[in-house]
Write a protein that binds this ligand. Structure first.
Ligand SMILES: [Zn+2]
Length: 63
């Protein structure tokens, strides 16, 4: 077998060491620190406001 094949097999059988980064986006209100807990911030309507302080959607920052 070729080195490349060996290398690939080795890679595949090696335990995943890298932490699994799920798409974990947190939208946080930059005014009051409220963390958006809905499903999809980007699909909220443009008139969405922070339920805590009423800041507009564009005051939220992705963290
Ligand atoms: Zn807020």
């Amino acid at each position: 077998m070729t080195y490349a094949y060996y290398h690939n097999v080795l890679k595949q059988s090696a335990p995943e060491k890298a932490p699994t980064y799920r798409k974990e986006e947190k939208w946080v209100c930059s005014v009051c620190g409220y963390v958006y807990d809905g499903d999809d911030f980007e699909n909220e309507p443009d008139d969405y406001v922070c339920p805590v302080c009423g800041a507009k959607k564009d005051m939220f920052k992705l963290q």
